[in-house]
Ligand binder design. Sequence first.
Ligand SMILES: Cc1ncc(C[n+]2csc(CCOP(=O)(O)OP(=O)(O)O)c2C)c(N)n1
Ligand SMILES: [Mg+2]
Length: 567
Amino acid sequence: MYTASSAILDALTEAGVEYLFANFGSDHPGLIEAIAQARAENRPCPQVITSPTEMVAMSAAHGFAQARGRAQAVLVHVDCGTQALGGAVHNAAKGRVPVLIIAGMSPATQEGEARGSRNEFIQWIQDVPDQRGLVRGYVRYENEIRVGANARQIVHRALQFAHSAPSGPVYVTATREVLESEVPRVEQDMSRWQPLAPSGLNPDAAREIAGALAAAERPLIVTSFIGRSADAVQELVALAEQLGIGVIESVPNHMNFPTTHPCYLGVQWNERRQNQALAAADLVLVIDSDVPWIGAVNRPGGSARIIHIDADPLKQQMPLWYIGATLQCQADAAQALAQIRTALGEFASDPERVARRREHLAKEHAAWQRGVSEREQPRDVLTAEYLVAAIRDAIGEDAIVVSESVTNFHVVSQHLRRTRPGTIFSSGGGSLGYNGGAAVGVKLARPDALVVAICGDGSYLFSQPSTVHWMARAYQAPFLHVVLNNGGWRAPRQAVLSVHPDGIAAKSPKIDIDFPQPPDYAGIAAAAGGAHAERVQSIAEVGPALERALHAVRVEKRAAVIDAQVA
Ligand SMILES: Cc1ncc(C[n+]2csc(CCOP(=O)(O)OP(=O)(O)O)c2C)c(N)n1
Ligand SMILES: [Mg+2]
């Protein structure tokens, strides 16, 4: 028997999808049967990763794609399973992360007209008017496979969207009868299903940008996710060095620029102050950023020229967006930067100006580094800065870090001092709970790497740690999980203080955001997945706890959770 379900599995295999993060239901007998058949016949099939909750499945596929650049498949149950993906779909959409989501639909017949017809009460309850509408605002492509005969082509079309810039999640559904339908086996020629070739700048724009960069006195580049491509990072480093251009990261979700490089001028998150490098720039080139600055508190000077390059410069999914750029270009960052460097050949270089800029940058960079080193010095209490610095020294430059550190995002970015592309990721979205699933996905993608998740205590609970640590053990994906335990949700407190600094809430000790009786965070993981559990409260405990935890991950091959009570 060869069904549409078999065709979908074959499509995934021929597209190079390794994992199917699956949460099965009554809509999936066709797929479960096809998987069993493939195994019985020794035919290739993606490895099924049973995922007890959908948000973790989706976050794992998210982490995998960040680490390896390829979409994996997430299989969920009808409308309910789609809803349970929850904010993880938002995260993949905002983070431009390719993931193929496949969902069943309630059977379309009720009198046994076709195999798969309704035979359980729930199939009436789960028949909803617009299942695809649940994710329509977030996916790059959504479709129902209406006839099994072209199931394979629809999977490939969906993946083509997922991998074409701006990449992102895609959603494909099919009724139970379609998943059961017998179809001819039609192999696909994958050379005909490639993503769009990345596009470059038009030559006039490349020349204009090169000329502006060469002529500026204080040019500055702002980026958030150019590090999605290691090639683009290399191009950025080369351009910054060649001309003496400063680089700052704004709400980064990748390693965008080596933080030890003299052109690196630091990172900005939600700090409520003006960034001096941004204020001093006469030319600001924004490449690959959704939020290059928060204009109400921090912005370029009024006379600075702003140029913007992005695969999606209009931010088609963001209703309100503008940064005052006088030149906006839709282009792949690596290509655009290479073109700009080539175009620079047309402009006479001014070695004195470049030397001046480099000297200025070296001073600014050294001052930034001094500030970072000073903040991570030991204090009476355990600070997040000290802890992150200790983690950095313990894990080395190649470890891959997943960060969902919320009000400590800037601390993690600054003190981990990453230097290599692909060694730090954040979700790119705003739906908390990505961290644990993402770490499992990164570990599956890079089995030889040390993987570390750093998250807030609130974000730890959002990530559904019992599922995460069950999966980490079940699928040999051990990682180090560090919880920055500051007693609850600090972000909403900061938000209320920023809007009502003199309000009643600002003076109230209790505004319902603290966790006065916190759970045993590390114990949850120990119970669910046999993780090594640690709790640290003081500076003296940090080093030994990290050593034991890393031993558990590296040698015993089991996850470790450190619940760190930070000031
Ligand atoms: C799914 C989801 N629910 C709620 C929020 C709103 N929210 C933003 S930050 C935050 C608290 C996060 O707490 P924690 O991870 O401990 O970080 P902290 O604020 O303490 O640094 C909440 C609830 C969100 N971003 N995502
Ligand atoms: Mg917290």
